[in-house]
Design a protein around this ligand. Structure first.
Ligand code: NAP
Length: 308
């Protein structure tokens, strides 16, 4: 996926300034290796901008070969500075798979555990969240989200109580595929949530004019699902060359192009691409390093993508 590109003018200037101050560093320790963090508005806590999704990719309980592969994917995620893992009881065996793989991780892991409640009824919701916790094998979730607005009034009350009791740290609500945006706008104007999860990518940008500005105004952290439009963005650019100027924001693959576009929006806190492959995980994590495109570069990225 990654192409070796010549050093851009900006990178050259940055390297020259290091050398001028007498700081002789190997190029591999420049900013390009440091994970980028964004701040959760309600708490000030920092989160790496690239997390990991588990829908379909982690539904692998009965496949030992895939399980071994996913262990490597998860190891790479943490080694390269990953934080948030997102799941849901909707995703088949994904939560059990997470619980199987997590204890085998070598070295540090800065896990930020996020799942969802996806069922009708208060008691059923409480039981489902407890089942998820046991499947992950963790003391508590950092973030509990209401999946696709399902019975949201009931669960919001439970989540607020759980947060007050210290059983979760953050509350959230999700949607995807551009669904329920009007309903979500109404909910978010009236009720307090710490996180909002929605679909946003270079080909699905509707939320730039409604939900993203609202989240910014209300101090709600934003998680991006389907940042690759479930992989279809790659089909759109198949056989097409990455523009030379992508190097100016440390981008060396189409995967990084798409993720850097999503997480460089000022309202966005992190994106959660899903993968079954270690080489794709490495690619995804590289998107959370170096610099992000500025507003002018973001506009150029959209025009270039649309013209392909
Ligand atoms: N309503 C909701 O709450 C909701 C809805 C949808 C999604 N989500 C969450 O968001 C996560 C992400 O969305 P998603 O899984 O639907 O789609 P996605 O992350 O947009 O795309 C996943 C696809 O991209 C491929 N891929 C990943 N990295 C790649 C790379 N660097 N190069 C080339 N291909 C790559 C994967 O294939 P390989 O396995 O071959 O890498 C996979 O087929 C989900 O897993 C889930 O946690 C939440």
């Amino acid at each position: 996926m990654t192409n070796k590109k010549p050093m851009s003018r900006r990178q050259f200037i940055r390297l020259s300034s290091y050398l001028a101050t007498g700081l002789i560093l190997p190029t591999c320790t420049l900013a390009a290796d440091k994970p980028i963090y964004k701040t959760i508005p309600k708490s000030g806590e920092q989160l790496p901008v690239i997390g990991m999704g588990t829908s379909r990719t982690f539904e692998a309980r009965n496949d030992p070969e895939l399980l071994a592969q996913l262990q490597q994917v998860m190891q790479t995620f943490f080694e390269m500075g990953g934080g948030m893992i997102d799941s849901s009881p909707m995703y088949g065996s994904a939560q059990q798979v997470i619980g199987t793989l997590l204890p085998n991780i070598q070295g540090n892991k800065q896990l930020f555990a996020a799942t969802k409640v996806w069922i009708d009824g208060q008691q059923a919701g409480i039981e489902q969240m407890e089942t998820s916790r046991q499947q992950w094998g963790i003391k508590q979730f950092d973030l509990m989200q209401i999946h696709n607005l399902v019975d949201w009034q009931t669960h919001l009350e439970t989540l607020n109580q759980m947060k007050a009791d210290g059983k979760i740290r953050y509350t959230g609500i999700t949607t995807s595929h551009g669904r329920s945006h009007n309903a979500l706008m109404t909910i978010l104007k009236k009720h307090d949530f710490d996180f909002l999860q929605l679909t946003y990518n270079i080909n699905e940008r509707d939320v730039e004019s409604n939900l993203l500005p609202l989240a910014q105004e209300r101090g709600i952290a934003v998680i991006i699902n389907r940042p690759y439009q479930r992989g279809s963005l790659f089909r759109h650019v198949k056989g097409k060359a990455l523009p030379e100027w992508a190097n100016d924001f440390d981008c060396t693959s189409w995967g990084q192009y798409f993720l850097k576009y999503a997480v460089s929006h000022p309202a966005v806190t992190c994106a959660i691409p899903a993968t079954t492959k270690t080489k794709h995980m490495m690619d995804n994590m590289k998107a959370g390093k170096g610099v992000l495109p500025n507003q002018k570069q973001r506009a150029k990225m959209v025009s270039y993508f649309k013209a392909l």
